[in-house]
Design a protein around this ligand. Sequence first.
Ligand SMILES: Nc1ncnc2c1ncn2[C@@H]1O[C@H](COP(=O)(O)OP(=O)(O)OP(=O)(O)O)[C@@H](O)[C@H]1O
Length: 315
Amino acid sequence: MPPAPTAHPVSVRGLSKRYGDVQAVRDISLDIHRGEVFALLGPNGAGKTTTVDILTGVQRRTGGDVRVLGCDPAEDPREWRAKIGVVPQTSGAYSDLTVKEVVTHFAAMYPAPLPVGEVLGMVGLGSLHSRQASALSGGQQRRLDVAVGVVGDPELIFLDEPTTGLDPVARREAWELVRYFADRGRTTVLTTHYLDEAEELAQRAGVVVGGRLVEYGPLASFGGRDQTPSTVSFRRGEALAGVALPALPPGTEVVPSGPGTVTLRTAAPSHALSLLLPWAREAGSLELADLRVHRPTLEEIYLNLIDRESRETAA
Ligand SMILES: Nc1ncnc2c1ncn2[C@@H]1O[C@H](COP(=O)(O)OP(=O)(O)OP(=O)(O)O)[C@@H](O)[C@H]1O
């Protein structure tokens, strides 16, 4: 019987998982939209891998309802499995096969795999295709895991910390691969501890702490980020020394900073700049020296969230 149609490729309601005494996941509800990259964030031991393992049929849930591409992963139907790609947190053991043999072996399990050579090229293993998989370095093994996870050209891809152990160039190659699938309308669930990676690739995210989903939504407004003021700073230089600042957008604060430096905190940095530039020009300065506009990064927002959660838990 074909799977029931579903609005979202992943739909989770009230998910929980207990391992003996450990409540690893508590009442998580979320939807992952078709075609998006969704980042699952959270500290070590938060419950991310457990959640991914349940969504991919590796672990059984102890409560709640889960639909992945219209099916219950606990039933693990064969045709369903062919539509998902998984790069698990731990590297696979590939015995004494060569890199190309490993990927060819996995490609044969899918009805319409991508060409093996193309996938090896995408993960940067093209020149190592005849090397024994067991002889690869840690980072090269991770690339092979990614190749194995995506060779089936999956509709939905789960990447559990795919770039851990990769050098900066390989990390960026992995990002290109995620974008390649996103451009083809595929959906990706990305677990990562690298906030820059999430920021670079994902449109929405969820933060799990102590098994609970404590933040969930578009990255642009994550943790009230779009409401958090930005900082604008510059050096006055000679032309602007002693010149009174122009009228600035309502709510802008002048923050005490070193001599000769102006630091403003404002919810409207573009508006503030549009007033500062003509002000500086009129005073004879075409450039604002050392101009910096700092919007809160995802990492800062995330650290605040984790801090808030640990204080609430302690209280
Ligand atoms: N098989 C298991 N048996 C008992 N407890 C487990 C098992 N697997 C995970 N746990 C516990 O469940 C909790 C969640 O673990 P999980 O691996 O899902 O966290 P995570 O968010 O993926 O962490 P990390 O970022 O370190 O990978 C942890 O307290 C962990 O010790």
